[in-house]
Design a protein around this ligand. Structure first.
Ligand code: ADP
Ligand code: MG
Length: 703
């Protein structure tokens, strides 16, 4: 048995949190910093100077030698540039540990190497990182030693956002302002701030590192480009919630320890549906903190796996034929005094404020379904959304029996007078307690589900940042709140006006509500009839960023300018083409240098066997049959390889942009699949001794 962890003792020990601030900062400085953090008051340079000194003293005590502005460029992963605390040597050759307010507030990484979608040319490479004091700084320990990480936003010289954090913070301001307006209408005079919260459930795969290193596809692309299905897949459902095996349990323990020290509330862990697939969920937090924490979760999963001779795969579809990985984004809106606007309470029909919030969310999601879909688009996620696995690419909202019933009453009779209540669930076993069921069952096929007191957006990809989905959610709901408030603030009779507005929104947007099976073909047809968009690929999702409707929405709340949106669309097209190009080149490399040669070695040995059998006057028909079959497949593979080489070269020679991305999706992806087919068949007949890399079975059943 390994040492038990004392979570209470280690939690947050590497975070510059409120307790540390109180201890290290003079009282007045602490108070002023809190005002900035809690109320968004501007930060005084004098305060920053003192905070910087305190942060440095604290970090140095923890062994830190360097600091970094930790930011989230549009690559989707975090970036950092390390600077040490040392000052220039004095006359005696001694150095001091220094860190100024200026260094805390502003950094200047060379922005030219990060994607900007034409926002600035390389000769105007200035980009600034700015301290986001609403997300706490932390000290990270790794092989490089200890380093003080300061969460920051990343902007260009002219103020355009070059990252995922800046728009997120802007969207939080938008929903705060509009939600407060809405609350005031209902007579709330006490809540000072409304914040969206998120709890992302992170799925991932764990494989053995030695085996991983034998697969170029996993190394270069994060997913397998070849691989025949093993005799057993996930059909028995015996992995889901199954007992966690020792090696993975040890891994999870170290992950928890690391995350708890960093103040990340790792809470739930379990096996997922596919073999070797697992999940980690934190306790929900304010979205900007949740976004940073999720980045830390992903980094920590990778780092700890590496240390333990394992590899963590965050790709959305590492293995064909078994489930891929997503990241359910649970989202709610809560006031500083603890009112959850997305909680209906026991009697939703009586809770007019909740019904208005709900109606606004229906309107927001229906109006901007395309944007929400886009926010979950990444290259890997194309293997999940709209492919043959969960969730579907069509956005709809699951409300459940109770709320659906309330809305039906509203539509049919104009008023809702009752709420269905959960019944007592009799277990039928005397020794087990009977308990009250939730008023609503769950629907696992819905991309956007109401789950009691929050909404669960299930489309997000496992490797993606949750910043974009939350930015979009905040923005579209802020817009709906704003439009509702515009109406209601001028109403003479508020009671009647709010009632009419709820009814109007619900009727206008009821098409977005769907409680049935989201995986069925009937739903695809029904959704089409309802006029709901079914956006099957990332390339098709990107245009929704720059529609007039999107530009207007984001401009209204100063979240994105048209230029910023256009640049983001450019970046997405480029990212898509580049990722598929790498996959294609990797497939070419593996097929040409490893897999086809392996098959040829095998055919050679089969030919030798045929000759030897014939010489011994034995029956060579069986050997000859396999030889012919293998030879035919190698020929198919060669042909497919040639075509893939041709289309990949063609794609690479095209100008970057939408057309190139479309070409990669339509031509290159198909050519990759055509190469994979004969090779996967070859894997099934070639002697395992000859096959140059671990099989699916080796990878997912023998961790
Ligand atoms: P599931 O049953 O879908 O696996 P859980 O009920 O365990 O999920 O919760 C999943 C996530 O939802 C957790 O990260 C949890 O902290 C988060 N969550 C719970 N309540 C809220 C809320 N009000 N707002 C946002 N996230 C929440
Ligand atoms: Mg979930």
């Amino acid at each position: 048995m390994s040492e038990p962890l004392n979570a209470a003792e280690i939690f947050g020990e590497d975070v510059f949190n409120d307790t540390v601030m109180k201890e290290y900062l003079p009282k007045n400085i602490y108070k002023r910093l809190r005002k900035t953090i809690d109320e968004g008051k501007e930060l005084d340079p004098v305060v920053a100077e003192v905070v910087a000194g305190a942060m440095k003293d604290w970090a140095v005590k923890k062994g830190a030698t360097h600091y970094t502005h930790w930011f989230q460029p549009l690559t989707g992963v975090t970036a950092e540039k390390h600077d040490s605390f040392i000052s220039a040597p004095d006359a005696q050759g001694k150095v001091l540990m220094e860190f100024s307010g200026k260094e805390l507030i502003k950094g200047e990484p060379d922005a030219s190497s990060f994607p900007s979608g034409g926002l600035r040319a390389t000769f105007e490479a200035r980009g600034y990182t700015a301290w986001d004091c609403t997300s706490p700084a932390f000290v990270r320990h790794d092989a490089a030693g200890a380093i003080l990480c300061i969460p920051t936003a990343f902007c260009s010289y002219t103020g355009e956002a070059l990252d995922k954090k800046t728009p997120l913070l802007r969207s939080m301001e938008a929903i705060n302002t509009q939600a407060l307006r809405l609350l005031r209408l209902f007579g709330n005079t006490t809540s000072k701030k409304v914040t969206p919260s998120a709890g992302p459930e992170q799925e991932y795969f764990i494989v053995d590192r030695e085996k991983y290193l034998q697969r170029k596809d996993l190394i270069y692309t994060g997913r397998t480009l070849f691989g025949a299905m093993p005799p057993k897949g996930q059909e028995l459902d015996d992995h889901y919630f199954g007992a966690i095996q020792e090696r993975v349990a040890a891994f999870m323990k170290e992950v928890n320890e690391e995350l708890w020290k960093l103040g990340v509330t790792a809470k739930t862990q379990h096996n997922e549906v596919a073999p070797a697939q697992h999940e980690l969920a934190p306790i929900y937090a304010e979205v900007n903190v949740a976004v940073d924490n999720n980045q830390l979760v992903m980094e920590t999963l990778k780092k700890v796996a590496y240390r333990q001779g394992l590899t963590c795969l965050l790709h959305e579809k590492p293995f064909a034929g078994v489930n891929g990985s997503g990241k359910h984004n649970n989202w709610s809106i809560v006031t500083d005094d603890g009112i959850n606007l997305t909680d209906p309470g026991k009697n939703p029909h009586d809770n007019i404020q909740f019904l208005l919030v709900l109606a606004c969310i229906l309107k927001a999601v229906d109006t901007h379904a395309d944007l929400l879909r886009e926010s979950a688009a990444d290259v890997g996620n194309d293997h999940r959304l709209g492919a043959n696995e969960a969730p579907p690419a069509i956005i709809s909202i699951f409300l459940g029996e109770q709320l659906e019933d309330v809305l039906t009453q509203l539509i049919e009779t104009g008023t809702a007078t009752s709420s269905k209540q959960g019944e007592i669930l009799a277990t039928g076993v005397k020794t087990l307690p009977d308990f009250r069921k939730d008023a609503t069952d769950r629907n696992r096929t819905s991309p956007f589900a109401f789950t009691g007191n929050k909404f669960e957006f299930r489309m997000v990809g496992s490797s993606d940042s949750i910043a974009s989905p939350n930015t979009v959610l905040n923005a579209i709901v802020a817009e709906a709140f704003a439009e509702a408030c515009d109406e209601l603030e001028k109403a003479e009779d508020f009671e009647t006006a709010v009632h009419d507005l709820i009814k109007k929104y619900v009727i206008e947007h009821q098409r977005i509500v769907f409680n049935g099976n989201g995986y069925s073909d009937e739903w695809v047809k029904e959704a089409e009839r309802r006029g709901l968009p079914n956006i099957k690929s990332m390339v098709d999702a990107i245009p929704s960023l720059t529609t007039d409707k999107a530009v207007e929405l984001f401009a209204k709340f100063n979240i994105f300018t048209r230029t910023e949106l256009e640049s983001r669309a450019e970046i997405q097209y480029e990212a898509y083409a580049k990722a598929i190009n790498i996959e294609a080149r990797t497939a070419i490399d593996m097929a040409g240098k490893q897999l086809i040669p392996a098959a040829l070695h095998y055919t050679k040995s089969l030919a030798d066997t045929v000759i030897a059998l014939k010489a011994a006057d034995a029956d060579a028909t069986a050997a000859k049959k396999i030889l012919d079959e293998a030879t035919a497949l190698v020929l198919d593979a060669q042909k497919a390889l040639e075509l893939l080489e041709k289309v990949t070269d063609e794609g690479a020679s095209m100008e970057e942009g939408r057309e190139q991305a479309v070409y990669y999706r339509d031509e290159v992806k198909g050519a990759m699949d055509a190469l994979r087919a004969p090779i996967d068949k070859l894997e099934m007949i070639v002697d395992k001794e000859f096959w140059p890399m671990p099989s699916y079975g080796d990878l997912i059943f023998e961790v």
